[in-house]
Ligand binder design. Structure first.
Ligand code: HH2
Length: 256
């Protein structure tokens, strides 16, 4: 999954693809590099993100790009049912919700479509989630949350085959929480639905390497590969070509 952020303020590529033509060109480039799916986000969820973007503003950023990329498999990264409904009407293949369809009417928006959905775990909300993340047992708690959300989604009539889950690296988690979740990634892969991993350029990698977001490629690939080796079905990445090369090496090793 290649990331295209149509935002002024995303933590690693904010402002680069706010112009619809630049976002469209970047999405095509990521597909040429080997992406299977493009994740379009029009609201940053970075820690400490400013006041929420309105649905109108999110759609104003998103729609020209969505309409310009009709032929590509698209995921739309949003927490707002209004935005979900429009994205689904425009043919989005997946809704990627960092809030796991907890907003009132988000479940109904998905139930009225046949698109896939990614349910992500987040403790708190982006504005405050990194202030004091706290868990008894992070792996057990994230797993229980995802199982509860899968249950709600299926109870609404959305087929299990449409569901992807994500432990939500960096969303209300310290470096140690993120590492613990990665160590136990195989337990998420055993839940019975595909699991997505999003480590690309995240601040935990900065804490480990001491490097800023623009210099976290090698660290991002290392984390992506560990997730893939432990059963990740989808890797959400900014750097598709380099990740593809790393996955080709992993596939070559597995096939010999
Ligand atoms: N991470 C980000 C955004 N959306 N969705 C899922 N399912 N999993 C993730 O790990 C995830 C996500 C944050 O990264 P990015 O989009 O690059 O930054 P920003 O939120 O600042 O736009």
């Amino acid at each position: 999954m290649g990331v295209v952020n149509i935002t002024p303020d995303s933590f690693s590529d904010g402002g680069r693809f706010l112009d619809p033509a630049a976002a469209i060109a970047h999405a095509h480039r990521l597909m040429e590099e080997g992406a299977d799916l493009i994740d379009l986000g029009a609201e940053s969820s970075r820690p400490g993100a400013a006041a929420e973007v309105s649905a109108e503003e999110e759609l104003r950023r998103l729609l020209p790009v969505l309409q310009g990329l009709r032929d590509l498999p698209l995921s739309v990264d949003t927490v707002k049912p209004e935005v979900m409904r429009v994205a689904l009407a425009e043919g989005a293949a997946m809704i990627n919700d960092i809030n796991a369809l907890r907003a009132p009417s988000a479940l109904a928006a998905l139930a009225a479509s046949d698109a896939a959905v990614c349910l992500m775990h987040m403790q708190g909300s982006p504005g405050t989630m990194q202030q004091d993340p706290s868990y008894g047992d992070v792996v057990a708690e994230v797993k229980a949350f995802l199982l509860e959300r899968i249950g709600s989604v299926v109870a609404t009539g959305i087929a299990l085959e449409r569901v992807v889950v994500d432990p939500g690296f960096g969303f209300g988690k310290t470096l140690e929480h993120n590492l613990e979740l990665l160590r136990h990634f195989g337990e998420f892969a055993a839940l019975g639905v595909p699991v997505l991993a999003g480590w690309s350029r995240k601040s935990s990698l900065g804490k480990i390497t001491g490097k800023p977001a623009g210099e976290r490629l090698a660290a991002s690939i290392a984390a992506a590969l560990i997730a893939a080796q432990n059963g990740a079905a989808i890797l959400r990445v900014h750097d598709v070509a380099a990740t593809r090369d790393a996955l080709a090496v992993l596939a070559a090793v597995k096939n010999t």
